[in-house]
Design a protein around this ligand. Structure first.
Ligand SMILES: Nc1ncnc2c1ncn2[C@@H]1O[C@H](COP(=O)(O)OP(=O)(O)OP(=O)(O)O)[C@@H](O)[C@H]1O
Ligand SMILES: [Mg+2]
Length: 412
């Protein structure tokens, strides 16, 4: 029988198909963005004035496109490279990227902007509006310009409301005497939420739009090829395997054209190959990876990092109850009891019922869970909670990983 150390060592010494797996992770910012040259060029056109006559206008650009079409990565890549080029020309430019999923109020957005710009603001007592003034003053004092990308902006519109949007968009209408230092990139999946705004604000936002279309299989092939070269050892992934993934996801082949899904399938296929001790990724590995990575599960897993700790715990409780029961729905009460137990195990103070209910509603808004009032056949009125994506064990694992990570960062 092998000793424990032998078992551990056998894993450490095991060869892998990956040379740098994190190059496939969503947070990695690749140097190449195949098939987004047009969008990058358009962004450069819109913001070119910052290099020539900064301060003359406050630019606003809207990026619109479906899931996984590269909006976030293109904005980040543009921000990082444009900032570099501006600084080379002696212009003090910053790029700030805020995810409105996580920072879902004007106050939280302002807090995040000041954090990224390293603006010293008093922790307590300032309203969002006052914080914004402090930021504007800070930029003025340092002769600094900024491009602020508000990602998942459609979500911000529905949660923070049109007054918050109005406030941002009209920054310099209030202060025509100020040098225009703040510029925005708004990022949204579709434009339906813009209809919630008043007509003037809506037309303000709609002036400069850059569209992101779902990727075709040929485009996805090029994207995968670049990322695979960085992530895998040479020869570990054949062109056939890359084409196969690209064809599963390509919009021209009936797929969704979501690059995130394509990358997730490739990553999973590599992990399956590693687990089997295979030297290369095969079509069969891709097939199995595909059956695991349904788009909706990818969407859910992608949303997890934006949840607060206790939201994650409530979700974890729902997953556990649903797994235990093996039924499509769990009752709110059951989920809440499980949640309290999880908190106890982790040594955390559980949140009150009304707060837990808020979390459930937010998880529903994000499309992570399904929540509905119980109908007939149940004693008493209750909320029923369901999760339509699967497999739940995989979801549970991902939530656990995040809970661990979040807990590592902060004690409570
Ligand atoms: N042209 C590209 N080249 C390389 N990688 C890409 C490209 N387009 C997208 N990706 C990768 O695909 C994944 C999804 O892209 P991204 O997060 O930018 O999509 P999105 O449009 O913001 O989607 P969502 O609306 O869901 O937020 C990321 O890992 C990103 O790095
Ligand atoms: Mg995005």
């Amino acid at each position: 029988m092998p000793s424990a150390r032998d078992v551990i060592e056998s894993v450490l010494g095991k060869p892998s198909v990956f040379k740098s797996k994190e190059k496939l992770f969503p947070e990695y910012l690749p140097p190449y963005l195949p098939h987004r040259e047009e969008q990058l060029r358009a962004l450069a056109e819109y913001f070119r004035f910052l290099l020539v006559e900064p301060g003359t206008i406050s630019q606003r650009v809207l990026l619109v496109g479906g899931i996984g079409t590269g909006k976030t990565v293109t904005a980040r890549r543009f921000g990082s490279d444009f900032k570099y080029l501006a600084r080379q020309r002696g212009i003090n430019l910053e790029y700030v990227h805020v995810n409105c999923h996580r920072d879902r109020s004007l106050y939280l957005v302002m807090q995040e902007i000041s954090r990224q710009l390293r603006v010293p603001v008093p922790h307590r007592g300032l309203s969002a509006q006052e914080m914004y003034s402090v930021i504007l003053k800070h930029l003025e004092e340092r002769d600094q310009y900024v491009i602020i990308a508000l990602d998942e902006f459609d979500y911000f519109i529905s949660v923070a409301g049109s007054d918050a949007v109005y406030f941002l968009v009209r920054t310099y209408d209030e202060h025509p005497e100020l040098t225009k230092r703040v510029n925005f990139i708004f990022i949204a999946r579709d434009m339906s939420n813009l209809g919630l705004l008043d007509a003037a604000t809506e037309s303000y936002l709609m002036r400069n739009i850059i569209y992101f279309k779902p990727y075709t299989s040929r485009e996805l092939y090029d994207i995968l090829k670049h990322r695979a070269e960085e992530a895998f050892y040479e020869g570990a992934v054949s062109d056939d395997v890359l084409s196969y993934v690209a064809e599963i996801v390509g919009v021209d082949r009936g797929g969704t054209g979501n690059a995130r899904l394509a990358l997730e399938i490739l990553l999973l296929a590599g992990e399956i190959a590693d687990r089997e001790g295979a030297q290369r990724v095969t079509i069969e590995h891709v097939r199995r990876a595909h059956s695991h990575a349904t788009p909706s599960l990818v969407h859910t897993i992608d949303s997890l990092p934006y949840l607060q700790l206790h939201e994650l715990l409530v979700l974890l409780a729902a997953v556990r109850v649903l797994r235990m029961k093996g039924e499509p729905y769990a009752r709110m009460g059951e989920v809440e009891r499980e949640y309290q137990q999880i908190c106890e195990e982790l040594g955390l103070r559980p949140r009150k019922h009304t707060q837990v209910y808020e979390y459930v509603m937010n998880l529903k808004r994000l499309g992570i869970i399904d929540a509905k009032p119980s109908g007939k056949g149940y004693r008493g009125r209750s909320t029923l909670i369901g999760i339509s994506v699967g497999p739940l064990d995989m979801l549970e694992r991902k939530i656990m990983e995040l809970v661990e990570a979040v807990r590592g960062e902060q004690p409570e």
